[in-house]
Design a protein around this ligand. Sequence first.
Ligand code: PEP
Length: 247
Amino acid sequence: MKIIANFKMNKTPLETKDYLMNFLSRVKECPHEIVLCLPFTSLFVGKFLTEGTGVKIGAQNICDEDEGKCTGEINGAMLADAGAKYVIIGHSERRTKFKENSKMINKKIKCALKHGLNCLLCVGENLVERNTLKTAEVLKEQIEDALKGIYENELEHITIAYEPIWAIGTGQHPTAKEIDVSANVIRKVISNDFSVQAGEKINVVYGGSVEPKNISQVSKAKKINGFLIGGASLDYNNLLQILSTLK
Ligand code: PEP
């Protein structure tokens, strides 16, 4: 399974160092692929401390341009050089708060792939869309917009994170059955747009209020390949507990 942590805007480099010193010694022999998506300023310390451990580090954003006048942005080459193997793209907080549109998200994916980064493409419906039964429509549109011009052989570097907006940081989450329904929608979109094999092979993870207390429930979902964990991952004990439940 892929277990991905999203630290969001938390932890200074020193706090990241402290976290990693405690976490890494306890995840030796872990059968899962662990990716910690750190703030930009913690990437370098993350790279240094995770070297040779099997734990990977990722970033939470990437510039949609490779060069140019982009004050305050970080491009794919910089992320790769700082040690990132993954990058989160299209997180709902960036789509809403930072007004990232589908065209930008598509460009970001292309920039990430160009620099050898694996993409964690976040998609998901808001509460109104859920209540008006528009989830499938929203997922299809978000995926198709994001993957315009992407080749089938590039899909192995793309993981789709199903993250219903109403579940992020709220303590609420869909049932395992609902997660599977959405994961099937995602697989069907990929299978229609690429191939049946691609739909089966694409990595899909679930994110939204995953915590030690609900991991045994949500992990009953059979159509996903792992989890994206935000708030709960900030305490390494929580992440370790989640990992041990998934063993
Ligand atoms: C996230 O921010 O991607 C996320 C899943 O957050 P949380 O686990 O806190 O809901």
